[in-house]
Design a protein around this ligand. Structure first.
Ligand SMILES: [Fe+2]
Length: 495
């Protein structure tokens, strides 16, 4: 029953070691032996398979009880059977308290030893099982904790992905501040939030955009920003709490341009924010993303402005050559924008008309004066050269990546609805809608303006011409809308 057991005998008496070793080997045990405490610990360290230590507590180098502690530290599951000549109950009780499995009194009776060893081995296997159980419990707790952390991370990453996606969908015509407030409301699920523009000179912030659950505005329209508040933001925290509102600054190149303000009550519950730390982290992330977008927007707008200024000054140069067309392009643009709005065009399409309209004849810069300013009818060859102005205009605009949409509108502003126009003879909806709009306004204004080779026609007559050329030169829906628009202004009604 004890056969195969790995047993370490520790005693300073060689005779006892010898007799115990012989007996245990006879019973099929693997026996290790040590004369000192140090040797005992060394053996335990090297031989992890040792299951039971038969320990004489009267060793020369170390106190038996202290050695018992060391043994349990080295191998917590090993069973220790104390061998003592001293029958003092106190020392035996102390040894049992320290984790000894059992004790035997010298001289050792082999029969009793066998039963003691069987109990010790049984106790050890229970101890191992208990250890495994606790380990499993511990593992389970660890797994649950890891799982919770993982769920939190997934939620955090999903939210971050959502924020990035929302910002990536912003285009040049989106109101960044308004979109930012919407994102804050969606992500943080707050009852209300807003964006304040910071006026450093007046020392106040002014509400620009607000989103809340109800229809009633809850954000203050103006808030005075004192030094204490700014100091709070400058501290490492980069946020400030004020009257149940959380404020996170939007900064560009180290300068505060505004604040995101968030109600610190959760939607529908009315209790304080439960995950304040997480909310602050997400708010800072949104503020950072918004800052980058706003900075890019400022750069884009200044670049766009300088490109546009260059192109309009080119246009002015053309207008100087051809005095009759002075203001023609601006009038065309004004009408085209209004017409586009009536037709329900998107913001970006209206924006493209605003840019392409004033410079739609930009390509005329390449047409010689002898043709552009000729008071008589053009010859076929001259007309052919004149017809190159849309593609020339497109070529100039294509040098600016940011104006590719406008370049296409300019290329096609002389296409006709029935496919008889130039340069590509596009038909119907193949022609960009903005080109179809500009085409009608351009024709109307050209007809009603005196040219070197003919006088202006009456506006009612011009409108009739537009009606007559529906389906052939012009998109019928756009033409009808244009006629209606002009009639509302009194044109064609005898006005
Ligand atoms: Fe033109």
């Amino acid at each position: 029953m004890i056969s195969g057991a790995n047993i370490l005998v520790v005693d300073d008496n060689p005779d006892i070691i010898e007799s115990l070793t012989d007996f245990l080997r006879l019973n099929g045990c693997n026996v290790f032996s040590a004369f000192t405490g140090k040797a005992c610990i060394d053996l335990l360290r090297k031989n992890k398979e040792i299951e039971v230590v038969i320990l004489d507590v009267g060793l020369p180098d170390v106190n038996g009880i202290a050695l018992l502690d060391m043994i349990k530290v080295e191998n917590p599951t090993v069973s220790v059977v104390i061998v003592t000549g001293n029958q003092s109950t106190d020392s035996i009780v102390e040894a049992i308290k320290k984790g000894a499995s059992d004790f035997i009194i010298k001289p050792v009776e082999f029969e009793k030893l066998i039963f003691t060893l069987i109990r010790a081995l049984k106790e050890r296997s229970l101890l191992i099982e208990k250890e495994h159980y606790f380990q499993r419990l511990e593992d389970k707790k660890k797994i649950e904790l890891l799982n919770r952390e993982l769920q939190k991370k997934i939620k955090e990453l999903t939210t971050m992905y959502h924020i990035s996606n929302q910002f990536n969908s912003i285009n040049i015509f989106t109101d960044v501040y308004d979109r930012m407030v919407q994102i804050v409301k969606d992500v943080l699920e707050v009852t209300s939030c807003g964006y304040y523009i910071f006026d450093n000179n007046k020392g106040e912030m002014i509400l620009y955009s607000e989103k809340s659950n109800g229809h009633i505005s809850v954000m203050d329209k103006t808030i005075t920003v004192d030094k204490r508040f700014l100091k709070l933001l400058e501290s490492g925290k980069k946020y400030a709490l004020r009257k149940n509102r959380l404020f996170v600054p939007i900064t560009i190149k180290g300068e505060c341009i505004g604040f995101i303000a968030v109600d610190t009550k959760k939607k529908g519950v009315g209790s304080p924010v439960s995950n304040e730390e997480e909310d602050i982290f997400l708010l800072k992330l949104i503020a950072e993303k918004a800052s980058t977008h706003i900075e890019n927007r400022i750069l884009y707008e200044s670049l766009f402005e300088s490109v546009f200024k260059t192109l309009t000054s080119l246009m002015k140069a053309i207008n100087k050559r051809d005095a009759y067309t002075e203001n023609h392009c601006w009038r065309v643009t004004e009408m085209a924008v209004e017409l586009g709005e009536r037709l329900g065009l998107k913001d970006n399409e209206i924006g493209a008309i605003k840019v392409a309209g004033p410079i739609h004849d930009l390509g005329k810069i390449g047409i010689p004066d002898s043709i552009l300013l000729k008071p008589d009818r053009l010859t076929d060859e001259e007309y052919h050269i004149m017809k190159t102005h849309p593609t020339m205009g497109e070529e100039i605009l294509n040098r600016f990546d940011i104006l590719s949409n406008e370049a296409s509108i300019i290329r096609h502003h002389h296409e006709r609805f029935d496919g008889s126009g130039y340069p590509n003879a596009l038909k119907g909806e193949e022609i960009p809608v903005s080109s179809r709009i500009i085409s009608i306004c351009d024709t109307f204004d050209a007809m009603t303006t005196t040219r070197p080779y003919r006088k202006a026609v009456d506006k009612s007559y011009a409108l009739e011409e537009i009606r007559r050329c529906k389906n052939r030169q012009f998109d019928p829906v756009i033409a009808d809308c244009f006629i209606e628009m002009m009639q509302e202004k009194g044109v064609g009604n005898g006005g």
